[in-house]
Ligand binder design. Structure first.
Ligand code: MTE
Ligand code: MO
Length: 405
């Protein structure tokens, strides 16, 4: 395979220089890490060092960038190797997009963001992500719709003449879930060839070349969709008839009702999760925080999938009896308007409100997106065995203390 090789162990991982700031599992392998929640909302664009990482195997190595290429084949007329220089020559776009592990807080979201809270209800299987498996970066690269034009697939194609309806992205990393095979995922061809969907083959993150953790030399970024579909260290693109049959599409990152357990699960009954749901998280306060009675600033992030904006964020300091509406912004000093041409449609929105808190209480936040989707009240109602997509009202307890803090 030209240019990209996959180690079978973790001895060649980049040094975890940022690990000290992270918890809860800085030195495990594969290297998964999320930042403290207060660091997360310190800047609208998340610095690379504070961007969560989710790897399923050892990080691939680029031996020679001039030999690196992506092979595009499958149900199309003109399969071909696309070299890095071909991609550099295409128009470059910068798209600010939030990537999350699937929200149980898995934003890029990994779908597993906020899995920790779900496991307090009943045990779930998966890495215990809290609320910070999300980050917002400015990704620089070529649009996938332009790359597919190089192999003869026009813009806005939903099926090729050979019956191709999905675009599969394949890496080289060795994942145990794939029995040592590479990580892979797919998206519909209609999304891949739609320039407005902003799907990128990205070679930059926040104005710098991608670093190894985040997919050097080239990764997919699928805005508005759970991070699991944004394949890193891209090696191959296949135009296929049915969606990708890989583990992470078919046997993971699917949503099941609470009645399904590990004994009666039938994976084939559910679709792979794509768009992430609406959610918000209070980041200015840990659960539990001690506060001085009086005015308390409550702030955090809200995000929804599919390019839907954030219409409202409601905050309660009395258990949900009454609600205050928070202000929303992306750029400081500029009020955010959902679905407005000047808003970053694929990016998170920060919220902030000041409340007068006199006694110990629980603070709750919930968001509403531009399609009027709202977050469910209780985690119990959406518990699922993989612990993903925990989007229930976010809660933090505060203890009022009159002593000097
Ligand atoms: N090749 C490859 N791509 C991958 C993964 C992986 O393990 N291998 N993990 C996926 C998952 S589950 C997520 S949430 C995102 C995380 O991207 P990040 O590490 O840049 O935050 O990458 C996705 N792409
Ligand atoms: Mo993920």
């Amino acid at each position: 395979m030209p240019g990209l090789t996959a180690p079978s162990d973790y001895s060649q991982e980049p040094p975890p220089q940022i690990a000290a700031a992270f918890f809860p599992f800085p030195f495990q392998t594969p290297f998964n890490a999320e930042p403290p929640r207060s660091a997360l909302v310190a800047s609208y664009v998340t610095p690379s060092d504070f961007f969560y990482k989710r790897n399923h195997g050892p990080i691939p190595i680029v031996e020679d960038i001039n030999r690196y290429s992506v092979f595009v084949s499958g149900l199309l007329e003109r399969p071909r190797q696309i070299m890095m220089k071909d991609i550099w020559m295409l128009p470059k776009y910068n798209v600010t997009a939030t990537l999350q592990l699937h929200p149980a807080n898995d934003l890029s979201q990994c779908a597993g963001n906020r899995r920790t809270a779900m496991s307090k209800t009943k045990t779930v299987r998966g890495v215990g992500w809290d609320v910070s498996a999300i980050g917002n970066a400015t990704w620089g690269g070529a649009k996938l719709s332009d790359v597919l034009e190089l192999v003869g697939i026009p813009k806005l194609t939903s099926v090729t003449q050979f019956g191709g309806r999905h675009v599969e992205f394949v890496s080289v990393d060795k994942c145990k879930e794939e029995n040592g095979g590479p990580y892979k995922a797919s998206i519909p061809l209609s999304q891949a060839t739609n320039p407005e969907a902003d799907v990128l083959l990205a070679y930059e993150m926040n104005g710098e070349p991608l670093n190894r953790d985040h997919g050097y030399p080239l990764r997919v970024v699928v805005p508005g969709v759970i991070g699991a579909r944004s394949v890193k260290w891209l090696e191959e693109i296949n135009i296929i008839a049915e969606e990708c049959q890989g583990f992470f599409m078919q046997k993971d990152y699917k949503m099941f009702p609470p009645s399904v357990n590990w004994d009666n699960i039938d994976w084939s009954t559910r679709r792979p999760q794509m768009d992430f749901p609406v959610q918000c998280v209070i980041c200015s306060l840990e659960d539990v925080s001690t506060i001085k009675p009086g005015k308390v600033k409550i702030s955090g992030y809200a995000a929804s999938g599919g390019g839907r904006g954030i219409e409202r964020v409601d905050v309660s300091i009395d258990g949900g009896k009454t609600w205050l509406e928070a202000s929303r912004f992306q750029k400081s000093g500029v009020p955010y308007i959902s679905d407005h041409a000047n808003s970053d449609k694929w990016a998170w929105v920060f919220f902030e409100v000041t409340a007068d808190i006199r006694q110990s209480t629980e603070i709750i936040a919930k968001a509403v997106d531009s399609a009027a989707n709202v977050q469910p009240e209780k985690v119990e109602d959406i518990w699922n065995l993989r612990g993903i997509l925990n989007t229930s009202w976010h809660r933090v307890k505060v203890q009022a203390s009159h002593s000097n803090l």
